[in-house]
Each structure stands twice: as C-alpha cells, then as structure tokens.
Design a protein. Structure first.
Length: 68
C-alpha cells in the first residue's frame, strides 16, 4: 500500500468516462462551435460516446488512477 495518493488529471476526468464494466469512453471533438454548416446527421452523432482506442488506453488510465 503506497503512503501517498495519486492526483487525478482534471482535464482527463472531464473528458473521459469509465463504465460499470470498466471500459474507458470518450466524447467526440469539434462539437462546441461551427455547427450551423454541418449536416443534421453529423450533429446527432456528436452526442454518443466512443470507446478509447486500445493504443491510448494504458496512457489515459494513468491520468485517472481511481477511475473517477
């Protein structure tokens, strides 16, 4: 048991979500502005969460040590 606590990266905490089964989910980028000229279908797809790529998962899990 370590005698110190690890700090959570607050930017990662706001952008990533850990599911009940332990998967790491992310939102899509580019949904905050310049949406008027995008198709309705494209704007609908911004709402869904996507799983993090396996190549990035190990690196991102270190930023959220307690799975917030």
């Amino acid at each position: 048991m370590p005698k110190y606590k690890l700090k959570t990266h607050k930017g990662a905490q706001k952008r990533l979500h850990v599911t009940g089964s332990g998967k790491l989910m992310r939102t899509k980028g580019g949904k905050s502005h310049l949406r008027r000229k995008k198709e309705a279908r494209t704007k609908r797809l911004y709402g869904e969460m996507l799983p993090v790529a396996p190549s990035d998962e190990k690196r991102l899990r270190k930023l959220i040590p307690y799975g917030v």
